[in-house]
Design a protein around this ligand. Structure first.
Ligand code: NPW
Ligand code: K
Length: 500
């Protein structure tokens, strides 16, 4: 498990542990871990100067401890500190760390140096950030963001909400780090919404705290281990009926492409048979993918198999009627795009959705999630985990809240945050592909939660693979994903994939 904790949980662990240790011991461990991290990053570099930013709280204390350790490390490092002390008295631990930094002959500066250090260490604010950055801290963060000097954030990049991944506002700023060294435990906000962009690569220094001090995690990071029990090699004695049927209900006039992308994704991720139940007469076949069958949606039986409803479905009376008929049925459902918008606008459809017992996956982006919850997309983004959990609980379904750090939530269950994927996925049709993978895995017998976890991981990993081959992120097309999805899934099952 790759656990994620809330700030309240980390505070509780810290209190329990601190009571068993000498005062300042945890800060000294954090400072040592930070210094070790800096030394590793500086290995082999000719530039040996490090600038540490220390804020008024204990995050600043960590930076001062790190500065003292680096100055005393005998590694030829030029250590400079900018200390932005607050108006209130520093904690005893931070005061002690300040003394150690002075004793170690660290240089204290009043302003940013003229020449670039090898590394900036951000110890301005951590989990104690209480409001938007302002004054000298804001000026410094904006200047550093403009300069682009490499930054290692201690615990949390300054300005980021460690619970939600939002930049604390109004009109907030956060210091963009290439890396973040999280203390005690990994934090939710480093991995979703703005978190991935602001925190960069995240490492955890547990400060030698024993596992028994930790409560059950609030959430966890997605990884192949979470759906590995479904990754089974195929029997030689199998046939297309062994791997399920997926019907894509969508493709209204002018939007046939969305349904085709979903169908291709379902096919390339292993469904036995894939068809499009089209709402309007469109193309009779897909000339690129002739394996896909086409049916008239109006007469298609909606009570069996696996249905992916929504891609290019539109908002017609027929679309509404098909949803009303499908929701009470026994078919496993993936609901995406227009299906979600129709449900968001209809109390009757919401009731039908909430009463379902067959497997159901909802794949909203933030605006669709907002419509389902009757709030704004900004509110959804301000707490993505809460929004995903609320939808899962309200509609008794597995939810994939898309966006940077997609959140997968189950009713009453711990949320999972996905880490694969890149901005190449921020383009038309990639959501249709994701829905197709979800439907395909459901049709192959995966339970809904594993299907959602697997689909999101594989979809993001496929995009990462394309980018590593020079295909995107700029201009990555949704129609390029299915083949990469096939490669990733086969490697997972047959053995050579990196399981992240
Ligand atoms: N607890 C642990 O688990 C361990 C914690 N450790 C470390 O301590 C960090 C938490 O320390 P912390 O609680 O002192 O909070 P921190 O992030 O330094 O900031 C609070 C200070 O900033 C101030 N302030 C807040 N917002 C502001 C703003 N916008 N603009 C200006 N000022 C603002 C606020 O004062 P206020 O003005 O609100 O009264 C207060 O003075 C944690 O992230 C980790 O790095 C480790 O040593 C190991 C164990
Ligand atoms: K920080």
């Amino acid at each position: 498990m790759k656990p994620l904790y809330s700030v309240a949980q980390i505070r509780a662990v810290e209190q329990l542990v601190a009571a068993t240790l000498e005062p300042g011991a945890l800060m000294q461990r954090a400072g040592q871990a930070a210094a070790n991290g800096v030394l590793a990053l500086l290995a082999g570099q000719a530039n040996r100067s490090v600038l540490l930013l220390a804020g008024p709280g204990n995050n600043g204390g960590d930076a001062l401890e790190a500065a003292a350790n680096l100055a005393g490390a005998g590694a030829g490092i030029d250590v400079a500190v900018i200390y932005l002390a607050g108006s209130a008295l520093a904690s005893a631990e931070t005061a002690q760390a300040l003394g150690r930094a002075h004793d170690a002959q660290v240089r204290f500066l009043d302003a940013l140096p003229d020449s670039a250090p090898a590394l900036v260490v951000d110890g301005l604010f951590g989990i104690g950030l209480a409001r938007a950055l302002d004054g000298a801290a804001r000026v410094m963060v904006e200047a550093l963001n403009a300069l682009g000097w490499p930054v290692l954030a201690l615990d949390v990049p300054s300005g980021l909400d460690a619970d939600t991944g939002a930049i604390v506002g109004p009109d907030g700023v956060a210091l963009r780090a290439g890396r973040t060294l999280a203390f005690i435990g990994n934090k939710i906000g480093l991995h979703t919404f703005e978190g991935r962009d602001v925190a960069g690569e995240v490492e955890v220094a547990s400060l030698a705290i024993d596992a028994h001090y930790f409560p059950p995690a609030s959430a966890e990071l997605n990884q192949a281990a979470l759906f590995a029990n479904q990754l089974k090699p195929r029997a030689n004695n199998s046939h297309k009926g062994s791997f399920g049927d997926v019907a894509i209900v969508g493709g209204a006039r002018g939007m046939a492409g969305a349904a085709m992308l979903t169908a291709r994704a379902a096919l390339y991720s292993g469904a036995g048979r894939v068809l499009v139940a089209a709402l309007d007469p469109g193309p009779a076949f897909d000339s690129v993918q002739p394996e896909i069958m086409f049916r008239d949606g109006a007469t298609y039986p909606l009570g069996v198999g696996t249905l992916v409803m929504g891609p290019g479905m539109g908002g017609s009376a027929l679309a509404m009627d098909m949803l009303a008929r499908a929701l009470p049925g026994a078919a496993a459902l993936v609901l995406d795009a227009d299906a979600l918008n129709l449900i968001g606008a209809s109390v009757d459809l919401q009731k039908r959705l909430g009463a379902r017992t067959a497997p159901t996956i909802l794949t909203p982006h933030p605006l669709e999630a907002a419509r389902l919850l009757g709030i704004s997309s900004l509110e959804v983004q301000r707490d993505r985990l809460a929004a995903a959990r609320a939808i899962a609980n309200r509609f008794n379904a597995i939810v994939v809240l898309k966006g940077s750090g997609s959140v997968i939530a189950a009713p009453g269950g711990a949320a999972v945050i996905n880490t694969s994927g890149n901005p190449g996925l921020a383009s038309a049709g990639t959501g249709d592909v994701l829905a197709g993978i979800c439907g395909s895995l459901l049709a192959q017998g995966w339970p809904a939660r594993e299907a959602a976890l697997g689909a999101v991981w594989i979809h993001g990993t496929a995009a990462d693979r394309l980018v590593s081959q020079g295909i995107g992120p700029i201009g990555l097309c949704a129609s390029e994903l299915p083949q990469a999805v096939r490669a990733v899934l086969n490697e997972l099952v047959y053995g050579t994939a990196k399981n992240g």
